[in-house]
Design a binder for this molecule. Structure first.
Ligand SMILES: [Zn+2]
Length: 607
């Protein structure tokens, strides 16, 4: 039987897979799209259904369905495999990595297994703890939601989890690695004492983008209701090699598709806010896990929708931290809105209220608050207008607190809306407000420039050999056409050109072994090169014409290089006064010049 990877590849069509993430359109025998991996206005991302691969001419992103899902969803190979296996209906039970690249992946898999075992342990503990169950039910969380989010409970004991996992064969080293246990110097003489990190807490497992548990968030819970003041309400797993806080958003694995369908993301702060929002039909909700929204988070979300709604308590630390990332979001071309929560209420409270009002047919608070969200810049302006500042203060605060956000918006049309509003509020013309914006822009650019001018060598400042660059480009195109023709002939398609003639031309110019060596060199890029040639030349006549030109250019570049070398040798021979050698080199260089002239005439005549 074929491997799961092969089965998945057979069952899934690359156009369907990529088409479920981005808009693709037919282009000749291939499909094209705007590249999801770099910003572009015109499509240079091509997909070949025949070769089951994609390639971007803008950023060189390339690969098959697995690498697409890996890159698009930010997963590793196993994560992408899991996503695609579900889609293809292929069973992965007992499957051990196929494309394993060594120990690293193996040990990561072990850590995921360990986290799974811990999750099951916590889940069982919740089932057998009526008080914790009752608490969650009181908050409005249903049994189905608890199951789907794998909620659990860590009992009030020091080593229960550790003992359970040790019995199941997991090592202390791994348990410590994923942040489940801590070590402390023991009071008695026995040396090191090990204890569970999560004790007496309701456990929210935090999944990565592919749905694998990567860490936990524990909310303090005590059946007697007595909680010491110095105990944190929420405790998260520490940052580990698989729990990367700047890359993980709680609920994102379950929210992705709904974010794309509804075309916006709701960002909440609390774990209970998140599960409740999902429970009442807003599965496009994600929650932060004790960090601000990072650039990685934003880029993850932007792949699914350009629109964000922050639903935080406006006085919370999370809100303040996240509004800082709002500038980045605006600069990425995203729309950022703020949902105004009633004072002292969080989304979970509002949803619970909605649930208890359901029978009375009252209007629902949570959907309403979301539908009344305002643009973050309007939110700031409203905030300042409400402070009843005098004109001078208001102007200053707007310049300092609001203009930077307006600057981050790339579009002048969108900027105009806010500039108008500010001018009106300040009772001034729009022109001076635009001028302030321009001043701010200039000063920010200056700051960027001074960073760029720091004396750190960059790749660009390193000199490169222009000639060999152009020669390599020509050679690459030639090899692409050569590969395309080989594939066409192999598939029994019509010949665009005679492959033997091509081979002879190359060996006439560069010798017999040259082509073989170059082909070997480019073999690993074969499928991208074929696709590249195929999308460049939909028309066989254009291909043949270009092939002739390329061959002429290739010969010309080679002759020019040889001429340069010969002339250098000639100068050296002259300096040493080697008369015979001088004469020979002179003759050689004249012959090369003559050939170059002939070539130039051929090129001019378009032949
Ligand atoms: Zn690209």
């Amino acid at each position: 039987m074929s491997s799961p990877v092969e089965q998945i590849k057979e069952r899934l069509n690359i156009i369907d897979v990529i088409g479920s993430y981005i808009k693709v359109e037919k282009s000749g025998i291939n499909f094209k799209a705007k590249c999801p991996f770099h910003n572009e206005k015109t499509a240079s991302f091509y997909i070949s259904p025949e070769r089951r691969s994609f390639y971007c001419f803008g950023c060189n992103a390339k690969g098959d369905i697995f690498s697409f899902v890996e890159q698009f969803e930010g997963l590793d190979f196993m994560g992408a495999l899991k996503v695609l296996a579900v889609r293809a209906g292929v069973e992965l039970t007992g499957f051990r990595r196929e494309r394993s690249d060594g120990k690293d992946k193996e040990s990561k898999e072990k850590l995921f297994e360990l986290l799974d075992a811990a999750t099951h342990y916590f889940q069982q503990n919740l089932v057998s703890n009526p008080a914790a169950l009752a608490y969650l039910k009181k908050r409005g969380i249903t049994i189905e939601t608890m199951k789907s989010f794998q909620l659990g409970f860590a009992p009030e004991a020091w080593r229960n989890l550790h003992e359970h996992l040790a019995k199941a064969g997991f090592s202390d080293v791994d348990m410590e690695k994923v942040g489940l246990i801590k070590k402390a110097a023991a009071k008695n003489a026995s040396g090191i004492s090990i204890y569970d990190r999560f004790r007496s807490r309701i456990i929210f497992p935090l999944a990565d983008q592919s749905g694998r548990i990567a860490g936990f968030s524990g909310r303090i819970f005590s059946a007697e209701g007595k909680v010491a003041d110095d105990v944190a309400k929420y405790l998260n797993s520490p940052e580990t090699e698989i729990f990367l806080k700047s890359k993980l958003l709680f609920g994102f694995d379950k929210a992705k598709l709904e974010i794309r369908r509804k075309d916006f993301t709701i960002v909440v702060e609390g774990q209970i806010d998140l599960v409740m929002s999902h429970q009442v039909g807003f599965a496009n909700t994600v929650a932060l896990s004790g960090t601000a929204l990072s650039l990685d988070h934003l880029q993850m979300l932007k792949r699914f929708s350009d629109r964000l709604i922050f639903a935080f308590d406006a006085d919370s630390a999370g809100f303040r931290a996240s509004t800082r990332s709002a500038r980045e979001a605006l600069a990425l071309g995203m729309e950022v809105r703020v949902a105004l929560l009633p004072a002292g209420k969080d989304p979970a409270d509002m949803i619970l209220e909605d649930l208890s009002n359901e029978k009375e047919g009252k209007e629902k608070l949570w959907p309403e608050v979301l539908s009344k969200s305002v643009h973050i810049i309007d939110f700031y302006l409203n905030h300042l207008f409400n402070e009843k500042l005098d004109d001078a203060q208001l102007r200053k605060r707007i310049e300092k607190e609001v203009l930077p956000y307006i600057l981050s918006i790339g579009s002048k049309i969108e900027q105009a809306h806010f500039i108008k509003r500010i001018a009106k509020a300040l009772g001034v013309d729009e022109e001076p407000v635009w001028q302030e914006l321009a001043k701010l822009e200039a000063s920010e650019k200056q700051a960027v420039r001074s960073v760029e001018q720091s004396p750190v060598p960059t790749a660009l400042t390193l000199t490169n050999d222009k000639r060999s660059e152009s020669r390599d480009r020509i050679l690459r195109k030639l090899i692409a056409l050569y590969f395309l023709e080989q594939e066409n002939q192999h598939a029994g398609k019509e010949h665009a050109f005679e492959i033997e003639v091509f081979e002879k031309r190359i060996s006439d110019i560069r010798g017999v072994d040259f082509l073989k060596a170059v082909v070997e060199n480019y073999e690993s890029e074969r499928s991208e090169l074929v696709l590249e040639a195929e999308v460049t030349y939909d028309d066989p006549t254009a291909l043949v014409k270009n092939l002739d030109e390329l061959l002429l250019n290739f010969e010309e570049e080679f002759l020019k290089e040889t001429l340069t070398r010969t002339v250098i040798a000639l100068r050296q021979a002259e300096a040493k006064d080697h008369r015979d050698e001088v004469l020979e080199l002179l003759k050689e260089s004249q012959e090369i010049s003559k050939k170059l002239n002939t070539l130039a005439r051929l090129k001019l005549s378009g032949n």
